[in-house]
Ligand binder design. Structure first.
Ligand code: UT7
Length: 317
């Protein structure tokens, strides 16, 4: 017993920030951002937290699934950009939904949505959940250094959610973690202790772009090939690859290295930027609502990012 996806939802804040808008903040331009990253615009929160956006995505997913919020007995949220270390984002989503079920946050940065699915599968397998809300929600604009042109052009805010019920549609998964803070680091914002002797790192996203890029392309290819081989499948069996939306060029490279046509990858980074843990569930919701998914379709979801961590899974729609 694992689970089936019963419905999807997403929410992005209304304020759209274009590349031209960003070029007024830092020395950059639309041509560079489109060529190197593939982002045209992103949604940026002006007054909503990760929990607020996560709740809105959850309500959309509930409506899409036909499940009532009272049926939910598990809420799992991924976020690196919540307002508080405690309460967790999932606690605040639960509070906003007026529920009293089990909640938990998972911090696995951009690959976290797959970590959430794996964790949910465990709850279903043990009979501890019957209907679950799985949410990736990020207000990355809160942790981006808006004076650093190499990162501030990439990211966006938003939330995506799925409702899960009992089923057997989570086929397999793979996870790799190579822990360390030298390539991607997002230090927490904390007060200054008079006793602590090390220098406090700035509480922004620090990223070595090219190292992350190479790690990402390698991760998509390695994890995807591993899953196909382990399950006796080929790319022809996969209807769509729905990757973490980190950079258009990463997806293009992966498409060449995997010898898979670009059309097999779902891409929306041009409209939302990189929304970290929210990017895969946002993509799933768009595909679902656009009528792209038929019952029985196999989807491959590869994700990668801070940790450094990578994860991928195969889900049957
Ligand atoms: O989701 C989490 C995982 N994150 C990712 O997957 C991100 C992976 N990495 C990337 O997406 C890319 O490495 C970046 C988009 C971050 C950077 O692209 P790049 O092609 O690796 O550029 P670069 O860092 O090698 O920089 C090339 C040039 C530099 O100028 P010089 O030294 O050649 O004169 C940069 O200063 O581009 C310059 N540059 C910019 N120019 C205009 C860097 N950022 C900008 C900018 N606008 N925004």
């Amino acid at each position: 017993m694992s689970f089936s996806i019963l419905g999807t939802g997403m929410y992005v804040p209304p304020r759209v920030v274009t590349n031209e808008d960003i070029s007024k903040l830092v020395d950059t331009n639309d041509e560079w951002i489109m060529q190197r990253v593939g982002v045209k615009e992103r949604h940026i929160s002006t007054n909503e937290t990760a929990a607020d956006m996560g709740t809105k995505a959850a309500l959309a997913a509930l409506e899409n699934s036909g499940v009532t919020k009272e049926e939910i007995d598990l809420i799992l949220v991924a976020s690196v950009s919540g307002e508080s270390a405690s309460p967790s984002v999932s606690c605040m989503v639960q509070n906003q939904l007026g529920l009293s079920c089990m909640t938990m946050d998972i911090n696995a940065a951009c690959s976290a949505f797959v970590f959430l699915l794996e964790t949910a599968a465990g709850f279903f397998a043990r009979g501890k959940a019957t209907k679950a809300l799985i949410i990736g929600s990020e207000r990355l604009s809160r942790i981006v250094d808006w004076e650093d042109r190499s990162t501030c052009v990439i990211f966006g805010d938003g939330a995506g959610a799925v409702v899960l019920g009992k089923g057997n549609d989570y086929l397999d998964s793979v996870f790799h973690v190579k822990g360390g803070d030298t390539v991607i680091d997002i230090p927490n914002h904390i007060g200054k202790s008079p006793f602590f002797e090390l220098e406090q790192k700035k509480p922004y996203i620090h990223m070595k772009g090219q190292e992350t890029f190479k790690f990402a392309v390698n991760a998509i290819c390695k994890d995807s090939k591993h899953l196909l081989k382990e399950n006796g499948l080929t790319m022809d069996d996969i209807k769509y690859i729905v990757p973490h939306q980190a950079n258009q060029r990463i997806i293009d490279f992966a498409s060449v290295m995997l010898k898979v046509p670009k059309e097999k990858f779902y891409v929306n980074i041009d409209r939302y930027g990189n929304t970290s843990s929210a990017s895969i569930p946002i993509a799933l919701d768009e595909m679902n609502r656009n009528g792209m998914l038929q019952k029985g379709d196999l989807l491959l979801l590869p994700a990668f990012g801070g940790g450094l961590a990578s994860a991928a899974c195969i889900v049957r729609w």
